[in-house]
Design a protein around this ligand. Structure first.
Ligand SMILES: NC(=O)c1ccc[n+]([C@@H]2O[C@H](COP(=O)([O-])OP(=O)(O)OC[C@H]3O[C@@H](n4cnc5c(N)ncnc54)[C@H](OP(=O)(O)O)[C@@H]3O)[C@@H](O)[C@H]2O)c1
Length: 323
């Protein structure tokens, strides 16, 4: 089958498209033809092996597997003998981050427990925008921050893949949302439901006297003490992403930095979960949540699409349409 190959670490210029063995599903797996995928920050981090720690899992000098791609949607072509919930012809979507990647390929074999039916009102590329970014926003707000009605929530980095889902989900949970984004993304954040906007190009929210019950740090490069300064007494901050410095500080010092205080800072590690994909499907089919699509690329253009996302300024999600 045709697949995008990441045979050596480095920039997207080193990615190639070539032949790769078509997977054979085991008894609990389905084989599906990929019809859509999307790009995540994790794709270019894995492609480059950044941070270096990535190599301990992916291979020290070169990737053990050349496959990349986390988000996929498609149509089931074969089912293993023990598969009970899905059948040939079903339209599904999935996050492959815990199962060997490979969304940037013609076929994927995956355990049926990880997949969910695709939202019927989205086409395949739109549906593939949801798994990692949408479920990360869901797990960050619902499980890690436990957002409840009336809470003041600040989303730092509200205009990318995770942030655009996060604004909409936070409004579903009844939060009063302050979205931090740049000037050009302001109107979009308002349209998605944000109550207040802070334009980080002209205003530093960490210098404001406003306090927040919760902060979802999706992008940016703030210090933990800056986040603590703008949290209420019992406030919670969950760091999802942003600069490597912001992520590492939250990972290593998050707990320590809030010792002796009722404030908390923790790092989020989203986990692929079919039930959460089904929850996202219900929100989307009801029309309450809509993916924001920045650009659509073809399969052959995946290296360009990854480059675009790596530049760090996409608006919502960048998706791939397969033939
Ligand atoms: N913890 C987890 O399990 C998990 C899961 C998924 C993703 N992540 C991480 O979450 C982060 C966000 O992912 P994503 O898919 O949303 O990324 P993305 O789509 O690439 O984010 C790009 C957006 O971030 C905005 N941005 C850039 N610099 C900013 C800043 N200093 N302050 C505020 N906004 C800024 C950009 O807009 P402007 O350039 O206009 O500002 C752009 O709209 C990444 O670091 C990713 O690795 C973590």
């Amino acid at each position: 089958m045709k697949a995008l190959l990441n045979k050596e670490y480095g920039s997207s210029d080193r990615l190639t498209i070539g032949d790769y063995p078509k997977p054979i599903p085991n008894p609990t797996e389905v084989l599906f033809k990929v019809k859509g995928s999307s790009i995540n920050a994790a794709d270019w981090r894995l492609m480059r092996a950044e941070p270096f720690l990535v190599r301990f899992e992916r291979g020290i000098s070169k990737p053990k597997s050349p496959l990349l791609g986390i988000d996929a949607s498609g149509v089931i072509e074969e089912v293993g003998e023990l598969v009970s919930r899905f059948k040939v012809g079903d339209e599904i979507y999935v996050d492959l981050s815990s199962s060997g990647l490979g969304a940037f390929a013609e076929y994927v074999a995956i355990d049926e427990r990880l997949i969910s039916t695709k939202p019927q009102n989205l086409d395949f590329p739109e549906a593939a925008s949801v798994p990692l970014a949408g479920v990360t926003a869901l797990q960050g707000l619902r499980d890690a921050l436990k957002i409840s009605k009336g809470e003041n929530l600040l989303i730092n980095g509200a205009s990318g893949g995770v942030g655009t889902f996060a604004i909409q989900l936070a409004k579903e949970f009844g939060a009063n949302v302050t979205a931090v984004c740049s000037t050009s993304k302001r109107e979009q954040a308002l349209k998605l439901g944000a109550d207040n906007i802070i334009d980080y190009k002209t205003e530093d929210f960490t210098l404001s006297l406003n306090k927040y019950d919760a902060i979802f740090a999706v992008n940016g490069d703030q210090s933990l003490s800056e986040y603590k300064k703008v949290l209420t007494t019992n406030g919670k901050c969950v760091v999802c992403g942003g600069s490597m410095r912001q992520i590492m500080k939250a990972l290593v010092f998050g707990g320590i930095s809030t010792l002796g205080s009722q404030k908390s800072i923790r790092i989020l590690t989203a986990k692929p979960n079919a039930e959460d994909l089904s929850t996202m499907r219900r929100y989307i089919e009801s029309g309450r949540i809509k993916p924001v699509i920045d650009k659509t690329y073809t399969f052959e253009e995946i290296p360009l699409a990854i480059k675009h996302v790596e530049e760090g300024h996409s608006t919502g999600k960048v998706v791939i349409r397969y033939n």
